[in-house]
Design a protein around this ligand. Structure first.
Ligand code: C2E
Ligand code: CA
Ligand code: CA
Length: 633
């Protein structure tokens, strides 16, 4: 196919040049032939006729020179006018309107039509008609008496010369025309072929040969119009592979490509008669399913897509297993525009991913509402980062044995224009899923270190600060550097900083978390395990990560004095962590009874509204100095 494209480009480029050459050649041939005819005629002619023919020969030779110099138009004009005038002169001096020479007129006109332009043609024909009319007028009115020559062999030579010159030339020109036409036809065919090829390229994905996104939109429009007339729905199933990137990363792009090709063939086998499968993007496929029988039928289709995706692939001697998530939206109920229906299928697909992957989900209005809320929130959060709207509050941590404040946990606050606060529980998950937490987390680290450094400067040099970390902050591998910078900018010793990590973060294998934690530990930073008891509650890995504190989740502490269930659990956690050499911290202490009981159970430290809520820095320092004052009294 590319050859035909190249070929057609070449011929398009050379076409006028070739035509010019051919015309020059034909012109020279016609001049040569006519000259030959004239020379023959000169040989048999006599008297004035001979001289007219000789003059014709010279003018033709001149036209030949022009043709040789590739001045085609000049050569054509000279040739055809010379012939026309010569034939007219011959007729005038001899038989007038009845002269044989006029036989040459049609030939001249054929050449003019084929070689010259329309101006030349029409001026020649006008001249010929006017001349013939004049000849007739002169003869009819007796002003000129035509000489009727007696027939001689010369007549045959004249007729033969005229017939041969005209006939052969017309034959040559006609053949050229035919060849030109068939060339043009072939050219046309090639252009059409390359057009179809380009169209295919534009509308298909080169890797899988499936229709691409552009073509998908066209198919959607067509199918939707058909469905409209039949009052049928049109479903859009959006398949996104769940773990395709690791295949590319570990086995290379060639393996990833093969996998996509194999998957495309498998999915094609699932198609019903009117279904259309498209490759929408990197690892996204879109299935347009018109006129399905029921939601169950659609669900079965989605199941089939998932099944084909999860079945193992054998690529380059590797068995590869992936999975996919499918989102389903149906036109017209979920939208009628292609972009809208795709967006909704995409949202449903995201829901499928959020629901644990390898499942399908139907789009419903709640998804849209939730996503609009999230979208607005995300916009607001970006603005809040830029305009430094976030604040850091500090909640005191106390030693349970002597109620001494040992430090604070830094907690993020997002004040609103109406004076309210958005809870971190409400915006941190979104900050995590959007990646904004990396920026926010860095700011928290910096501010927490600066605050703690200020406390030290004010004489509270035993106070430590605890900062909550999200798993997302470990992803780009810059955490160690960020921590180091925050410490040095605040001139804070590393042991004054504590990082609070959740269990789930420690269990995850990826992102070199163990390595990053080891590096941070090397700096002298301490870790505590947050929300202990809500997750895996596996103490084995706590040692591996050099955690020094365990924070018992507030859900157990809040009901410690109310529920009989919690006491044994809290007791067990405290005992276990002691045996591992870890300190225990209870968070969510709201009353003195709970504080007293925890002290009895051997819990080391506590944090809760009983003593202090999370407070702005100055209020926190007020609380610290007040407790010190109480102690000294
Ligand atoms: P967390 O780390 O478990 O923080 C303790 C939460 O318990 C805080 O909620 C605190 O206000 C609350 N709390 C403390 N004492 C009591 C009490 O006596 N009773 C009750 N009912 N609650 C108490 P907050 O400040 O709303 O923070 C919620 C969560 O947001 C935090 O839970 C933490 O997971 C996250 N978070 C807060 N700040 C940050 C941050 O800077 N970075 C990250 N990654 N997460 C943060
Ligand atoms: Ca915490
Ligand atoms: Ca906690």
């Amino acid at each position: 196919m590319p050859n035909s494209l190249e070929h057609s480009q070449n011929s398009v480029v050379n076409y006028p040049n070739q035509l010019h050459k051919l015309r020059t050649k034909r012109l020279l041939q016609i001049i040569g032939l006519t000259l030959f005819g004239l020379v023959l005629a000169v040989a048999v002619a006599s008297g004035t006729t001979k001289w007219v023919l000789v003059a014709g020969c010279f003018t033709l030779a001149l036209a030949g020179i022009f043709a040789y110099q590739r001045k085609i138009i000049t050569a054509t004009v000279v040739l055809l006018w010379a012939m026309c005038l010569m034939l007219s002169a011959l007729a005038f001096i001899s038989g007038g309107i009845r002269d044989l020479a006029l036989l040459g007129y049609p030939g001249v006109l054929v050449f003019a039509a084929m070689l010259g332009n329309s101006r030349l043609f029409f001026s020649l024909i006008a001249f010929m008609l006017a001349f013939c009319a004049s000849l007739t007028y002169l003869a009819v009115n007796g002003m000129v008496v035509p000489v009727i020559p007696t027939i001689s062999a010369a007549h045959f030579v004249f007729v033969a010369a005229i017939l041969l010159v005209t006939g052969v030339s017309v034959y040559l020109l006609y053949r050229d025309q035919q060849r030109l036409m068939s060339n043009l036809h072939a050219e046309n065919h090639r252009v059409k072929q390359s057009q179809a090829h380009i169209e295919h390229l534009v509308l298909h994905d080169p890797l899988t040969a499936l229709p691409n996104r552009i073509s998908c939109q066209q198919h959607f429009q067509q199918l939707y119009n058909q469905c409209l007339t039949k009052a049928q729905p049109l479903a859009v199933l959006f398949l996104d592979l769940d773990n395709f990137k690791p295949v590319n990363d570990s086995l290379g792009h060639a393996a990833g490509d093969l996998l996509l090709q194999q998957l495309a063939r498998r999915l094609e086998n699932l198609l019903s008669e009117h279904d259309i499968l498209c490759r929408f993007g990197g690892d996204e496929f879109l299935l347009l399913a018109p006129g399905f029988a029921s939601d169950e039928a659609l669900a079965a289709k989605a199941e089939a897509l998932l099944q084909q995706t999860t079945a193992p692939f054998y690529i380059m001697q590797n068995q590869i297993e992936i999975s996919g998530s499918v989102g389903i939206a149906v036109a017209p109920q979920d939208g009628i525009e292609f972009s809208e229906i795709c967006k909704h299928a995409d949202m449903a697909m995201f829901q499928a991913k959020a629901d644990g992957r390898n499942v399908y989900r139907f789009y419903h209005d709640e998804l849209n509402k939730a996503s609009i809320d999230k979208f607005n929130m995300l916009q607001l959060m970006r603005k809040a980062i830029k305009q430094q709207e976030f604040q850091l509050y500090f909640q005191a941590k106390l030693q349970l044995s002597d109620k001494k404040v040992i430090g604070a946990e830094a907690l993020l606050r997002w004040p609103q224009p109406d004076g309210s606060m958005i809870s971190p529980d409400d915006f941190i998950p979104l900050a995590e899923s959007s990646g904004l937490i990396v920026e926010i987390g860095e700011w928290v680290l910096q501010q927490a270190c600066l605050a703690c450094s200020r406390w030290h400067q004010q004489g509270y040099d035993d106070l430590t600060v605890a900062v909550n970390l999200s798993y997302v902050q470990f992803r780009d591998g810059k955490l160690e550097q960020q921590v180091q910078q925050a410490l040095s900018a605040a001139a804070l010793p590393a042991h004054a900083l504590e990082l609070e990590l959740t269990e789930s973060l420690l269990i995850g294998e990826g992102d070199n978390i163990a390595q990053q934690l080891a590096a941070l530990h090397q700096l002298g930073i301490r870790f505590s395990i947050d929300d202990f008891g809500t997750g895996y509650s596996n103490l084995g890995y706590l040692r591996r990560f050099n955690a020094s504190r365990l924070k018992i989740d507030k859900s157990f502490i809040l009901s410690l004095c109310l529920s009989e269930r919690d006491e044994p659990l809290v007791r067990a956690i405290i005992q276990m962590s002691k045996s591992l050499g870890l300190k225990t911290v209870a968070e969510g202490i709201e009353d003195s009874a709970t504080a007293a009981q925890l002290a009895l159970l051997g819990c080391d430290e506590g944090q809760g509204f009983y003593w202090a809520k999370p407070l702005p820095e100055s209020d926190f320092l007020g609380f610290v100095s007040a407790t010190l004052l109480n102690e000294s009294q």
